[in-house]
Design a protein around this ligand. Structure first.
Ligand code: FES
Length: 147
């Protein structure tokens, strides 16, 4: 019988996922979780490959993100990277927030297992869609959707 504890002592090339301390901290204690009832921009995005999804809210003042909240239905990497993304985005001007990439989130996380890199896209795409919703509400969006 295999000793399961050996799995966690095996080097990363074994296929076992290893998250660093920062990622584990954000997974265990995600920052800025929640909803914003009177949000200026909202997005619901998901990854059809795994079924994980996120709802993300932003509050904007003077073209700067003053608050960002989210709820993730997803894996540990999605939760941790969205938490890190929230810290990167709050306080940024809209055009600066639009420049945040998954690579920047992964760098801020101190790295993430390559097989989980795509999970960081969930929050980034959610942020971009929420900003798009904010711009649309302001009348500056290009979606043509004037609901
Ligand atoms: Fe779906 Fe991580 S496995 S976002």
């Amino acid at each position: 019988m295999q000793d399961w504890r050996k799995l966690y002592e095996t080097p990363p090339e074994s296929g076992v996922l290893f998250y660093n301390e920062k990622v584990m901290d954000h997974f265990r204690h995600p920052r800025n979780v929640g909803e914003i009832p009177e949000a200026d921009g909202v997005a619901l995005v998901g990854d059809p490959r795994c079924g994980d999804h996120i709802r993300l809210y932003i509050k904007v003042k003077d073209d700067r993100i003053t608050e960002l909240r989210y709820k993730v239905f997803g894996c540990a990497a999605a939760i941790a990277t969205t938490s890190i993304l929230s810290e990167l985005a709050i306080g940024r001007r809209i055009e600066e927030a639009l420049e945040i990439t998954d690579d920047e989130v992964i760098k801020a996380a101190g790295g993430i297992p390559s097989g989980k890199a795509h999970c960081s896209l969930l929050g980034v795409v959610g942020l971009h869609y929420a900003i798009s919703d904010y711009l649309r509400r302001k009348g500056e969006g290009n979606s043509g959707d004037k609901r």
